[in-house]
Write a protein that binds this ligand. Structure first.
Ligand code: NDP
Length: 445
């Protein structure tokens, strides 16, 4: 790493102790930015990096609620409003027991660059709670969401901060959150949250957008090697929103998705995952992958283990951070891996990313490859602002254009900085330059 940036990095890490995921995200970005600072020394003088690593605002709050037995439960809520140089803070809410400030900050930091890459006017933010929705009744989830919003409402707004979903937060949770926001404020402010239901201000394609977009980005990478998804053997991790829609789109393009996972195990389905059945089990019945395996029949379900033990020519990690390590990456490479498109945020460890890049595997980092979700959220905001709703075809076309644009911007930035095919470099520099320019123009704030 560039020595000037090393000193800034050390200060950032020391100021944010114990936040391993945030450190990882910062270091990965810093490793790309030396050449930009050679060309633009004024960025150092204006302390752009130091400012970029310090969130504009961090909110931590108590979330009290009662479970079905009438017992009082206490969770912790977070909203990190990281950077508003390009627009209102925008980024999802994650409900998962692993959530703490370091995870919210890593996600918020990544979101700044991702949102810049989309070309839409949105800043970066992220939030969530250590609440675990798994095994909770609808009533419990609703009471939790209402309590969470009873604090969050005072910090968000169409022109301020616009949350959406992430792990553990889907259409049901957004509905409860929106209802409580509306009740407290007495305003039908559609643009305050995205991922809403279609009949009350949501956008068609938003539920599919992250997974669809990851596949579009990966398809563009494959094209640079004269190939496509057609005939590829694909492994996807996760079986949530991003994973299911990545599976659907990869198969629509002619691939066979032979395996997917949840946090309990993975299923190997050599004939190709049955997406309709998977949707029914996961989205309607809120079941587990094991239930899919039982209902599908003739497939193998592996309790525990890692889905990355299954060979693939294309890997789409769509579960969570640091789920794919160096050992798994090396095994995949040995067995003929061609491309990785990250549907999740930072799913590859630093070791794994290095293995992929050294082996010449096409490697699309999450901040570029999974930007289709937030981009379509910005399209939802556009529709809300104009009180309009677009057709599926029109919205999908916009998503496709945006994803192809992000791919091309990453590729041309990597070319410009002398490292063709390095999508990590392209995404980091491409996103950074846009935000840094806006921060310079807006003065020392
Ligand atoms: P969901 O909650 O819908 O699904 C998450 C999936 O990942 C589930 O199958 C879950 O399994 C699995 N998973 C979660 N945590 C772990 C873990 N610690 N170990 C193993 N498996 C795990 O979330 P999404 O699909 O929305 O999000 C998946 C990823 O995509 C996240 O990294 C998120 O940040 C990223 N992302 C999401 C966007 C969106 O629009 N939703 C936008 C951009 C990125 P189980 O059910 O067993 O917990």
């Amino acid at each position: 790493m560039d020595a000037r940036l090393e000193a800034i990095r050390d200060t950032v890490l020391a100021r944010n102790p114990g936040e391993a995921e945030f450190h990882q995200a910062v270091v990965e970005v810093f490793e790309s930015l030396g050449p930009v600072h050679d060309r633009h020394p004024e960025l150092l003088e204006a302390a752009i990096l130091e400012r970029l690593c310090e969130p504009e605002r961090q909110i931590i709050f108590r979330v009290p609620w009662t479970d079905d037995q009438g017992r009082v439960q206490i969770n912790r809520g977070f909203r990190v409003e990281f950077n508003s140089a390009l627009g209102p803070y925008k980024g999802g809410l994650r409900f998962h027991p692993s959530v703490y400030l370091g995870i919210v900050k890593f996600l918020g930091f990544e979101q700044i660059f991702k949102n810049a890459l989309t070309g839409m006017p949105i800043g970066g933010g992220k939030g969530g709670s250590d609440f675990d929705p798994r095994g909770r009744s609808d009533g419990e989830v609703m009471r939790f969401c209402q309590s969470f919003m009873t604090e969050l409402y005072r910090h968000i707004g169409e022109y301020t901060d616009v949350p959406a979903g992430d792990i553990g937060v889907g259409g049901r949770e957004i509905g409860y959150l929106f209802g409580q926001y509306k009740r407290i404020t007495n305003r039908y402010e559609s643009g305050v949250l995205t991922g809403k239901g279609i009949s009350w201000g949501g956008s068609l394609v938003r539920p599919e957008a992250t997974g669809f977009g990851t596949v579009i980005f990966t398809q563009e990478m494959l094209k640079t090697r004269g190939t496509s998804f057609d005939g590829q053997r694909v492994v996807v991790s996760g079986s949530g929103n991003v994973a299911i829609n990545a599976i659907a789109n990869a198969q629509a393009l002619g691939a066979t998705v032979v395996a997917c996972s949840d946090s309990s195990g993975y299923v190997v389905d050599e004939a190709g995952i049955d997406v309709a059945l998977l949707r029914e089990v996961k989205e309607v019945q809120r079941g587990r992958l094991k239930d899919y395996a039982e209902r599908r029949g003739g497939v193998s379900y592996v309790d525990g283990g890692s889905v990355w033990e299954v060979d693939a020519t294309v890997a789409l990690p769509c579960a969570t951070q640091n789920e794919l390590d160096g050992g798994a990456a090396a095994r995949l490479v040995r067995n003929g891996l061609l491309a990785v498109g990250e549907g999740a945020n930072m799913p590859s460890t630093r070791d794994a990313a290095a293995v992929f890049q050294q082996a010449g595997v096409l490697f699309g980092p999450g901040k570029a490859a999974n930007a289709g979700g937030v981009a379509t959220s910005a399209l939802e905001m556009q529709q809300n602002a104009s009180r309009d709703s677009w057709s599926f075809e029109h919205t999908e076309e916009r998503l496709t254009d945006i994803m192809v644009g992000i791919h091309d911007r990453c590729a041309s930035t990597a070319d410009e900085y002398g490292d063709p095919g390095n999508y990590v470099l392209g995404a980091n520099i491409g996103g950074f330059v846009k935000v840094a320019d806006a921060m310079l123009a807006q003065g020392l704030i």
